[in-house]
Design a protein around this ligand. Structure first.
Ligand SMILES: [Zn+2]
Ligand SMILES: [Zn+2]
Length: 375
């Protein structure tokens, strides 16, 4: 029952520093267990920009070039391979079902998977690492299709949650949800979020939903600070006003009854933020490190502060795939209280991906999205 040969576009990524090339390639028929997904929207995440620049080397993860970047995506089932009829919660899937899925694929049988640490799977595979010049071609989000491997975790998107809102679920939102779960953020705690880009805005909203007594956001871009408040931050600190780390630490002390933060989330992506963030923590504070993915960057560290403060630092890479299901629930529940649509406000057709990356890099957009169906 395989359809007549079809073609679709990918934005081929040859190497850092080179423009994306739009290329038309054959659309594969899904094999057993696979799902062919028609991509409806893929965001431009910070890690895509880092890969584009070469500061985050996909090759370091076993990736090959040319490839197709893009991983923060939503789509609709175009064709189900044999043996797949339901999502990972058992909800039926059929052609046209809107779905999200983690952009990394675990074996479910290795030591780490069996220990419930699927994000550390020893046989992890990922979008953006496969070759764009060999079948199945559609190995990343910046294309008309994506071929979901057999055994992948996949979730149907609730009808009430639009593509616009769902597109951030499988990376940014799940990432910060998992980060806050890893440090077991409790009701009534003080939370500081360093950086109010998309990850930071989600972190603010999730920390409030988990019952934070106060969420304090730190950023230097006026629009982001305004968004931070709209996403639930109780207080914002503008680094263009409080220009030194010392001033900001004093502000945080004042806003936390002199205690310091219970949890600090780092989503700035610069090592200097860590040194500052650790100072913001109070006794037994937990530091959630998400943003620094550029290998080789370091910072000076005074461990005595860490010891005397009984502090913990948790590195958080990827997330447990089941978090994505809860992320969809979170969106369905909170979508009318949060201006989520403002995260994906800038849409570009696939053919304009180079412009989209330039705009995203200039931080003109909080989150730019590629929408392949825009002509
Ligand atoms: Zn991402
Ligand atoms: Zn595994």
């Amino acid at each position: 029952m395989s359809a007549a040969p079809r073609e679709g576009r990918i934005a081929r990524f040859d190497e850092p520093g080179k423009p994306f090339q739009i290329q038309t390639v054959p659309v594969p028929a899904p094999g057993p267990g696979e799902i062919l997904i028609r991509v409806t929207r893929t965001n431009i995440c910070g890690s895509d920009i880092h890969a584009w620049h070469g500061t985050f080397a996909t090759r370091g993860l076993g990736g090959q070039l040319p490839t197709v970047l893009g991983h923060e995506m939503v789509g609709a089932v175009d064709e189900l391979g044999s043996g797949v009829a339901a999502d990972s919660n058992g909800k039926p899937l059929s052609v046209g079902s809107r779905v999200v899925f983690p952009y990394f694929f675990c074996c479910h049988t290795c030591r780490n998977c069996l220990a419930g640490r699927r994000n550390a799977c020893a046989n992890l595979k990922m979008a953006m690492l496969g070759r764009a010049d060999d079948p199945p071609y559609f190995v990343g989000g910046y294309g008309d299709y994506f071929l979901l491997p057999a055994g992948a975790v996949v979730y149907a998107v609730p009808a009430s949650v639009t593509d616009e809102i769902a597109s951030g679920a499988n990376c940014a939102l799940s990432q910060v949800m998992y980060g806050l779960e890893r440090v077991d953020q409790q009701l009534g705690e003080y939370v500081v979020v360093q950086g109010a880009g998309a990850l930071g805005l989600y972190a603010i909203a999730v920390a409030k939903a988990r019952g934070a007594a106060k969420v304090i956001a730190i950023d230097g871009i006026a629009e982001r600070l305004e968004l931070a408040t709209a996403f639930g931050a109780d207080e914002v600190i503008d680094i263009t006003g409080a220009t030194t780390a010392k001033e900001r630490a004093k502000l945080v002390r004042g806003l936390t009854d002199g205690q310091g933060a219970d949890v600090v989330v780092e989503v700035v992506g610069h090592p200097s933020a860590i040194d500052e963030g650790l100072v913001l923590l109070g006794q037994f504070g937990r530091y959630v490190e998400i943003g620094n993915i550029n290998i080789g960057k370091t910072f000076a560290f005074d461990p005595s502060r860490f010891v005397f403060g009984n502090k913990t630092m948790v590195g958080v890479s990827l997330y447990d795939p089941a978090v994505l299901s809860r992320a969809l629930d979170f969106l369905a529940e909170h979508q009318h209280k949060l201006p989520l649509e403002r995260l994906g406000a800038a849409c570009y057709p696939l053919d304009d991906i180079n412009d989209a990356f330039t705009a995203a890099e200039g931080k003109r957009d909080v989150r730019a999205s590629i929408v392949p169906a825009i002509p």
